[in-house]
Structure formats: C-alpha cells, structure tokens
Design a protein. Sequence first.
Length: 223
Amino acid sequence: MEPRTLGALAAVLAVSAGFAFQHFWAGRPETVRAPESVGAAGLAAPPPTAPRAQSSPGPAPAPAPAPGPVQAPQAPGGAVVVVDVSGKVRQPGVHRLPAGSRVEDALRVAGGVMRGVDTGGLNRARVLTDGEQVVVGGPAPPPTNTGVGPGTSPGAGPGAGPLSLNSATVEQLDTLPGVGPVLARHIVDYRTQHGGFRSVEELREVNGIGDRRFTDLQNLVRP
C-alpha cells in the first residue's frame, strides 16, 4: 500500500478509537450521594389556614316578665258599698269596701276591734249593705224572725219586724213614721257618740224625739 493510504487509514482508526473510548467513559456507573436532611429552619412554613367563619349567636331570648303582686278580686263592674263603722274599733269612720263584703271585712278595714270588747252581738258573716252602720260594743239585739228574703235589708219594708237602732241606715230610719232625714241623722249621731243603743228607752235622749213621737216608735224599733 502506498504511504498516503496507510496514513489515512491510521487517522480513521485513531478517530474511531477516540469515539469508542468516549462512549465507554460516558456509560460507566457513578456513585450517587444521598440528599442531606433538611433542617427545621429549612422547612417551608405551611400555608396559612383561613379562619373558620363563626356563626353569630342569635338574639338572646327576652326574660320572662316578673309576676306582679297579687291583687284582691274586685267586684264585677267595680261596685262598692259605703259603711260607717263606729263604736269600739281602732279606726272608726266611713269606709269603702267591694260589693259583697261582710261585717268581718268592715271590722278589718276599721283597724280591728279593741281588746276586751264583746262582739257576740255582731254577725260577722252578714253581707254588708250600702249606707249601713256597724256598731261595735253595743248590746246584742234579741233574736227575731224577720222573714227577710235574699236581697232584702233587715228592717226594710212592712212585715220585716222591728228596725234595729244599732244597724239601721239613715235611709231606713227615714221610713219610720214621724222621722225625717234630719231626725234620722240625729239618731245615727247619738249611737255613734254613745257606742250604740242599749235599750229602746235611750231613744228619748235623742234630740227631736218627744214623748208622743217615742210612743209612736217604741214598738217599731229595737236596740
């Protein structure tokens, strides 16, 4: 072979050997280092968590209203009776009570009966009538069968029996023969000042009642 051809062949072989060596070197196995542990400082902070929406509390329930004071039952329509409580009570005078009240209620609003006073002549359970007078400390009236029906005042109207001087009202006394409003008021004033009538004879001491008028009245009234 010519020297020029040998030189060219040698050059090709040298280049081929170089490529082969490079290919072998690139395909050799390499040692891979394990990654270093990441420290606490290198940890990425977790993304902030959005705050949970809190349900707004509803309106507080209104407190139950406090019970008011208990009131005494009133009579239908607010009706009242006016009575004059006199005699041996702590607060004598004219008092107003609900319609349907009894003598016991009148004594209570008058402050009660004085100590030691005998109330045997009073019917504490009797229903009061408007305009009457309750005399405390007077003598007990004698029992009589008046035949009074429901809704009728004792001593009112014919056939009702003698009229009680200690419990009759001015209007009831005015119905007696010869007794007008003025004389009826004198009778009521006398029993208030003297704590009631103890006998029919005391009627003579009332201003305006003479012997003739007393004769007309003595069988129509009682203490």
